[in-house]
Design a protein around this ligand. Structure first.
Ligand code: AVI
Length: 335
């Protein structure tokens, strides 16, 4: 990169923006072009994702909530007295609430999320409803090592990772994440994971191509964010949302397709697009109960129970970490 390009580039305001710029420029100068899915979630993207979860076509949230409600009694039987519920990537705590209501033997709830403001706000709403529960938010990137609060270090640990967020990791990253969760929770811990299942392609395609166009807005919002935060010149009219099911790899792929040959500036770099060329923005892997179990077993988690909804669209799976577990692979997952 020449000195001129260097000096023309807008100066990143902070380390986070600098990392965003570096990831976007690296991804857009790679072949094929890609941008990590974690960058969807600015304020607008987070709101759009909340709207997605209410769409008639987007079955995962409804199915997961129905499994949690219907099976809460059975899940509660697995929870030891005085346990701490550790939620990885806790957003709104509505799923955790179902478990906390069903299992009053929980002594503590530890939501872990990079967005401290949101988990503190959720914690403030939970405390009056669960006066006997210690609510101890931890602001941290849940994919990296973090300190559990001292109050829960010696308690039995129950991990919770709902929403099929595990599906947004590449399979090797999912395995790395399961190993990491094992190290955080320790041997004997229970881990409750929400996982989207392989199902008829039409159902999957509809869920990521909703009629109201909310998923398209969610995808295109990434370009708006790049324009705003990285001095990008994307014209949103000349990119289109594409989502399709890749049968070989059991994943929904989301892309942004360039509708014409064009040049776009991002963080001082000029990026060339061919007509029809895409930016790969997300993978959403679908598992079978068996394929997730195989992944979990590989890093020491033993299957305890699994539940699905009436259509078998979604699953909640429970695992226990065997002795010596949690010392598996060390690779850091990148959501
Ligand atoms: C957050 N994650 C599990 C969602 C999914 O279904 O993979 C993100 C999403 N992308 C498009 N719609 C929803």
């Amino acid at each position: 990169m020449g000195a001129l390009a260097q000096s023309a580039r807008p100066q990143p305001q902070d380390a986070e923006t600098a990392l965003f710029a570096a990831d976007v420029v690296r991804g857009l100068t790679a072949t094929p072009k890609r941008i990590p899915a974690k960058y969807f979630y600015d304020d607008t993207g987070s709101l759009l994702f909340e709207s997605i979860t209410d769409l008639p076509e987007y079955y995962p949230t409804r199915c997961e909530m129905s499994i949690l409600r219907d099976q809460a009694g059975d899940i509660a039987k697995l929870i030891p007295d005085g346990a701490a519920l550790v939620e990885f990537g806790a957003g709104a705590s509505k799923k955790a609430r179902i478990l906390l209501n069903a299992a009053p033997q929980f002594a503590a709830y530890v939501p872990v999320d990079i967005c401290g403001e949101m988990i503190e706000r959720e914690a403030a709403e939970l405390r009056p409803d669960f006066p006997a529960l210690k609510v101890l938010p931890v602001t941290a990137d849940f994919t990296k090592s973090f300190e559990l609060p001292a109050e829960v270090v010696d308690a039995p640990h129950v991990g919770f990772f709902p929403g099929s967020t595990i599906g947004n990791f590449e399979p090797h990253e999912a395995s790395g994440f399961l190993a990491h969760a094992g190290r955080m929770l320790g041997s004997g811990a229970l881990f409750i994971i929400g996982v989207d299942l392989i199902k008829p392609v039409e159902v999957l395609k509809a869920a990521y191509n909703d009629k109201a166009g909310v998923t398209a807005s969610f995808n295109l919002n990434l370009l708006k964010r790049i324009n705003r935060e990285l001095g990008g010149t994307f014209n949103l009219e000349s990119f289109e949302h594409h989502a399709f099911y890749n049968r070989e790899r059991n994943r929904i792929e989301m892309h942004l397709a360039s509708l014409k040959r064009q040049k776009v500036k991002v963080a001082g770099e000029t990026i060339d697009f061919r007509a029809g060329e895409t930016i790969h923005t997300e993978n959403s892997y679908k598992y079978s109960v068996e394929s997730l179990t195989a992944l979990a077993r590989g890093v020491g988690w033993q299957p305890v129970a699994s539940w699905t909804d009436a259509h078998k669209y979604f699953s909640i799976q429970a695992f226990r970490l065997g002795p010596g577990g949690g010392s598996g692979k060390t690779g850091q997952p990148k959501p």
